[in-house]
Design a protein around this ligand. Structure first.
Ligand code: CDT
Length: 311
């Protein structure tokens, strides 16, 4: 039986800091209803979907910082999204900022959850590659304080049997790291869901600003091809509180080809019929890990060279 999954990448336009969770959830539900009407079984929302991307600002007050996070999922504000998904029989992926309580200790993570069409939680991933810096750097036009506001994810990198295939998640900066893809690829992942908030301007390397969209697509297309998986990459795009963020939300086939892509930097659905079996020729062919991968040699080379640049 063919394993065809119709998926919507739900790109979000900017969310200004004055917008409430209720406003945002209303926008998410509009997109979800449209996706369901187009026959989608899964809708994928971006990283930190529910608010403006607050790591762009220096925040000292603890209560002010906490207000950007979700204390529970679902919460009173997000429950309508879960209820609508269940009513429509559509699964979803949602990125949000999580406060967790661990033996009374408050912990903050950049998190994504995968929810089934029955409204039940399938899995949770906490972002591992946190970009940016931990201290206030006033020379920057905007901050990138993920290293201050989040802990490195502590849930490992699981893949789940879901939606008729093997599904994994990563979050934004993770997509630039080949290790992220390979850890999922080694688990047989056939579908990777990932959201991002990527500023068009990187104050540390402005000479690369013209390449922001290219590096985004390059990372995701390479990850898809080299691991034989579908990728749904979803942006929070447009000018948010004066900071321009790239769009380019897209769905990529296991061949590395982009099969559908956003045309705007606003709320927009990007939809594709994804045949999960299209991963098989890559997984059993050019990237058949069991036959062609040489981990013992990679280890030997790293041990011999110390994996440091030559003197
Ligand atoms: N959210 C996030 O991880 N953003 C980073 C910005 C890095 S600056 C180029 C990203 O990798 O897109």
């Amino acid at each position: 039986m063919p394993r065809i999954l119709t998926i919507a990448a739900a790109q979000m336009g900017p969310i200004q800091r004055s917008r409430s969770r209720r406003d945002v959830v209303e926008r998410l539900i509009v997109l979800m209803r449209d996706a369901a009407a187009m026959g989608c079984q899964l809708i994928v929302y971006p990283e930190a979907t529910l608010t403006a991307f607050f790591p762009h600002w220096w925040i000292e007050d603890e209560a002010e910082l906490d207000a950007w996070f979700e204390q529970e999922m679902p919460s009173n504000e997000t429950a309508p999204l879960f209820a609508e998904a269940k009513r429509l029989g559509i699964g979803f992926h949602l990125g949000y900022c999580e406060i967790a309580r661990d033996a009374g200790r408050k912990r903050r993570f950049n998190t994504a959850v995968l929810v089934g069409p029955d409204g039940a939680m399938i899995g949770k991933y906490r972002k591992i590659h946190l970009p940016g810096h931990a201290d206030h750097e006033p020379w920057r036009p905007f901050q990138n304080l993920e290293k201050r506001y989040f802990e490195v994810g502590d849930l490992g990198w699981p893949a789940w049997r879901a939606f008729g295939g093997v599904v994994g998640m990563m979050i934004c900066n993770d997509r630039r790291w080949p290790e992220a893809w390979r850890v999922l690829g080694l688990q047989g992942t056939e579908l990777v869901l990932l959201g991002y908030n990527t500023p068009r301007h990187d104050p540390t390397t402005p000479q690369h600003d013209r390449l922001a969209e290219f590096h985004n697509a390059l990372s995701m297309q390479a990850g898809a091809y080299q691991n034989g998986c579908w990728v749904v990459g979803v942006a929070k795009a447009g000018i948010e509180e004066g900071i321009g963020q790239i769009g380019g939300s897209c769905i990529i086939a296991p061949t590395g080809e982009i099969v559908a892509q956003a045309l705007t930097e606003a709320d927009e659905l990007v939809v594709a019929r994804c045949d999960l079996d299209a991963a098989t020729p890559i997984k059993q062919g050019i990237f058949n890990f069991a036959r062609h991968r040489r981990p013992e040699h990679y280890r030997m080379i790293v041990e011999r060279t110390g994996a440091t640049p030559p003197a």
